[in-house]
Design a protein around this ligand. Structure first.
Ligand code: ACM
Ligand code: ZN
Length: 741
């Protein structure tokens, strides 16, 4: 028995060390993300133990490191004072402001005796800590496992970031995120050496920051739903939805972030995207009678430029923001204004006449310049989306956030402005990661590799003498589609944020996607797991050929599970181990699992498409016609096109599909919402069906914007009707063709 135990513990030791370190191959690689600029593995290890001591010139950094190490190792490692810098069995973090190490850079040296990190600022020291954590087993981010060997490979690393601005943007207006999530989010950013959090804290669908002088902004403007000033939207349904942060809460978040070298830039979006303000204080909007619709489908969401009183209110708001946020930068949006509002407003019109303006874009410039002067008066710099340059020049110190195309960063720097890249086609994490996944697709489908492929200088052909005007880049998650499934925000941010982190940190010449992917798959996924992130994993590839279903595993370690009856695979489903022989491939569903805790999307064989019936169909409805997305789109059996109604849905509305000839079929699926983009569906309702065109029977309730009908055996269906039982939570309803099998 003794022999068995020692053999067993040796095996366990090797398994834990080898898997944690990605040491299956002879050549040791620490699989760091972002990849440091220069790494030399020197051989041997430093072994962390309960008497290891942390000595740091920055007391917070020492406590931070001890906190993480102690919660995973359970060692009770202590922090010492800075006189003990020659000690062995120590982690020594020195800061020498006179050294030539760049601001956020560090030199890390691990020998069997000790770990020494040198830097010129506490920021550099903080990043040495992040690298050190990644040199330990991935469970360093978690809680004690009881079997881990806490070894750090001996190594020399010299590192500093390529860009000073490495950010993420979070939209808390369309979906409200609580403080608990914000704190975790900041921790995850710090682990990836990201240093700017742009808090998109106001938009059409909710004002989320307390302003003491205008309490109604949060008393009313932070809430939507029945009887609120804002209508329900984005899955809030028929209940009150919302929330906001008090200034005290925000101050605490800022302090927490600052300790982790993260600057928080607030974004108060104006003059468009302002429905929350204008619904709360209607005099701030224009006096036009006609309601012009924004690209997000909103009306009455633009500040009136010609109402001089508005600048007093904006001054009051900006004054509070400026004193709350230590950041030098205040972001004021400036994007996607429907300027027809101004054209039709008497005050805006009068201002144009008075100032001799010819185009509405000049009004936008007038507005931005006035806001810019207020921001500058409070000692801050203005930032905004690239539209703020459309109507004229700004203060040369203002910062342009380029999003609309790869041409925008170049235009900004050529006009002498500093720019941050948040290019929609690379960095909008609300875009789908593959065609079958949840998300938008208007900018692009954005898989991991696409994020990684961006070079903030090269992609936009920035000339060498303007490179220093490119501050960096950030990923953005607009929050329309985050109401489900659970933790979808984490799925959208990770691992794309890992690719972003390396893109902004590591020099272009040292980056290689295949190499990044290998580090991610071998080790970093496991780090994300211990960090507590519900990250995305890739679905298996499935093909049907010669009566066999064949699966390609997306990762070496992937576990693929499947069902044989069309149901969703779960952690009890069969594990795929080899080709499956079947004559009914359409009944098989597959998904990749990570530790049986989270899974990929579910897929069927990619080369079998259901053959839907396409009977001639007439639509009868309580809705009117809409030109761009006409009603005829739901009877043409082109499943990519859809009908968008001219108004929101209300109780009593109906859409009836009548077949010219009754249809014999096994199943009819009634889908609403934009195809593959779960927006504008029928939230509350049910279906009815008829065999004879006269007598209607009640069918299933709408669930997740869809319902199915299984006709009685042998009976042909004459018609299907969607009956609305409550208001939908968008300004229109999207309907699709029936899928008849
Ligand atoms: C934006 O996507 N409207 C900046
Ligand atoms: Zn106006």
């Amino acid at each position: 028995m003794k022999h068995f135990i020692s053999f067993f513990s040796i095996v366990l030791f090797f398994i834990s060390v080898f898997t944690a370190y990605g040491m299956e191959d002879e050549e040791y690689s620490p699989n760091l993300i972002p990849k440091p600029q220069k790494t030399t593995v020197t051989g041997g290890t430093f072994c962390l133990n309960p008497s290891t001591i942390i000595i740091s010139d920055d007391p917070f950094n020492a406590e931070y490191l001890a906190g993480i190490l102690n919660s995973s190792t359970g060692f009770g490692i202590e922090t010492g004072n800075s006189d003990d810098k020659e000690m062995d069995n120590a982690i020594i973090l020195t800061i020498d402001p006179d050294s030539s190490i760049p601001q956020e850079g560090y030199i890390l040296s691990v020998t069997p005796e000790k770990v020494v990190a040198k830097s010129s600022t506490s920021k550099g020291s903080f990043y040495a800590i992040q690298t050190l954590l990644q040199l330990l087993p991935p469970s360093v981010y978690g809680t004690p496992t009881g079997y881990e060997q806490w070894e750090i490979p001996c190594i020399e690393i010299e590192d500093a970031p390529r860009f000073p601005y490495r950010g993420l943007m979070m939209d808390v207006s369309r979906t409200f995120f609580d403080l608990d999530y914000i704190y975790k989010f900041l921790d995850w950013m710090a682990y990836h050496k990201l240093n700017v959090f742009q808090w998109h804290i106001t938009d059409d669908n909710g004002w989320r920051i307390e302003i003491k002088k205008y309490p109604e902004l949060t008393e009313k403007g932070a809430w939507r739903g029945p009887d609120e000033v804002l209508p329900a939207a984005y899955g809030s349904g028929n209940k009150r939805y919302g929330g906001f942060y008090t200034q005290k809460e925000i101050r605490e978040v800022i302090e927490y972030a600052a300790k982790r070298n993260i600057e928080i830039i607030p974004e108060i979006d104006m003059p468009g995207h302002s429905k929350a303000v204008i619904s709360t204080y209607p005099h701030t909007g224009c006096d036009n009678e006609t309601h012009f619709v924004s690209v997000n489908g909103e009306v009455k969401n633009v500040w009136c430029v010609g109402n001089e009183q508005n600048y007093k209110m904006l001054d009051d708001i900006i004054k509070e923001i400026a004193s709350l946020f230590p950041s030098k930068v205040i972001h004021v949006g400036g994007d996607e204004v429907n300027m027809d509002n101004w054209k039709a407003c008497s005050k805006c019109h009068a201002l144009m006449e008075r100032e001799g303006m010819e185009q509405e874009a000049e009004l936008q410039n007038y507005f931005m310049r006035k806001v810019e002067r207020i921001i500058n008066k409070y000692g801050k710099t203005m930032a905004g989306w690239d539209e703020i340059l459309d109507g004229g020049e700004l203060d040369p110190g203002s910062i342009i956030y380029s999003w609309r195309s790869v041409a925008k960063p170049l235009q900004a720097v050529e006009r002498g402005y500093r720019t941050v890249l948040q290019l929609s086609e690379y960095l909008y994490f609300d875009m789908k990661q593959s065609p079958a996944e949840r998300g938008h697709n208007w900018a692009a489908i954005i898989p991991l590799e696409k994020v990684y492929s961006l070079d903030p200088i090269g992609t936009s052909d920035i000339p060498e003498d303007k490179e220093n005007l490119v501050l960096g880049a950030q990923g953005a998650l607009w929050a329309e589609l985050l109401n489900k499934p659970a933790r979808f925000s984490e799925y959208q941010y990770y691992p794309r944020t890992c690719a972003l982190s390396e893109m902004v940190w590591t020099n272009q010449g040292s980056r290689n996607f295949k190499d990044f992917e290998e580090r991610l798959e071998k080790t970093h996924f496991e780090r994300l797991f211990h960090m507590g992130i519900a990250f995305r994993i890739e679905a298996p590839g499935v093909t049907y050929k010669e009566n066999r279903l064949m699966v390609t595993l997306p990762y070496d370690w992937a576990v693929v599970r499947y069902t044989t009856d069309g149901s969703e695979p779960d952690c009890n489903s069969n594990i795929y181990t080899g080709d499956i022989v079947t004559f009914e491939p359409e009944k098989f569903k597959f998904a990749t699992f990570y530790k049986d805790l989270f899974k990929s999307i579910t897929v069927t064989a990619d080369n079998i498409k259901p053959d839907y019936l396409k009977p001639e169909t007439v639509i009868e409805t309580s809705f009117g016609e809409q030109r761009s997305f006409p009603k005829s789109n739901v009877s043409d059996y082109d499943f990519d096109t859809y009908w968008r109604t001219e108004r929101t849905g209300v109780a009593g509305d109906y859409v009836t599909y009548i077949f010219k000839e009754p249809v014999k079929c096994n199943k009819i699926t009634v889908n609403t919402s934009i195809p593959n983009i779960d927006l504008y569906g029928v939230t509350d309702g049910y279906i009815e069906y008829t065999y004879d065109g006269k007598e209607w029977k009640k069918g299933d309730k709408m669930e997740d914007n869809a319902a199915t009908l299984i006709p009685e055996k042998g009976k042909a269906i004459k018609g299907v009707k969607i009956v609305f039982t409550d208001s939908t939570d968008a300004l229109c309803v999207a309907l699709q063709d029936l899928r008849i099998e």
